[in-house]
Design a protein around this ligand. Structure first.
Ligand code: S3P
Length: 169
């Protein structure tokens, strides 16, 4: 059923939790349009996220993220966010006011097994304990999400379906 105006679905959580692939899947199966905050930042600076970190540093990246968070469309989108976005400035409140937020929650060893040896994340140093530290520091923000979805033991299709069912689309 086509609904003229639907709240955004906003996916938050750690790197490796599958926010972008799940958001794409939700967009394929609904009339919602997918947006990814890292892609928006990359496109507006015509640089990869790695190159943005190298050229401007993390602090400026967080400022760019905040600007993107404040200017997201108000409805009819499924939005995947960068893993750190909810944890800086007052972004978690901004996101919560802009749609239904879903925290894709996962044990750290699952995240690590998905991320290990990948080189496209400037903050990931290929160390389990470092990832664990990030997760522990960030939980307080992630847990402000409207809904927590435990992704362990589920594939992308199952997670996407769970979210679609939840919002009744
Ligand atoms: C980051 C996660 C990345 C990206 C940047 C910083 C983080 O996004 O925004 O590398 O601080 O966790 P993903 O969560 O999509 O990997």
């Amino acid at each position: 059923m086509i609904k003229s105006s639907t709240k955004n679905i906003i996916l938050i959580g750690m790197m490796g939790s599958g926010k972008s692939t799940t958001a794409k899947k939700i967009a394929e199966q609904t009339f919602l349009t997918h947006l990814d905050t890292d892609e928006l930042i990359s496109a507006s600076h015509q640089k990869s996220i790695q190159d943005i970190f190298d050229a401007f540093g993390e602090k400026q990246f967080r400022d760019m993220e905040h600007k993107v968070a404040k200017n997201l469309p108000k409805e009819n989108h499924v939005i995947s966010t960068g893993g750190g976005m909810p944890c800086y400035h007052e972004n978690m409140d901004v996101l919560n006011n802009n749609g239904i937020t879903f925290y894709l929650s996962s044990p750290v060893d699952l995240l690590f097994s998905r991320l290990k040896n990948k080189k496209n994340r400037p903050l990931f140093k290929n160390q389990l304990d470092q990832l664990e530290l990030f997760l522990n520091e960030r939980l307080v923000y992630y847990e402000k999400a409207h809904v927590t979805i435990d992704i362990s033991g589920k594939n992308v299709d199952q997670v996407a379906l769970e979210i679609i069912d939840f919002v009744n689309l």
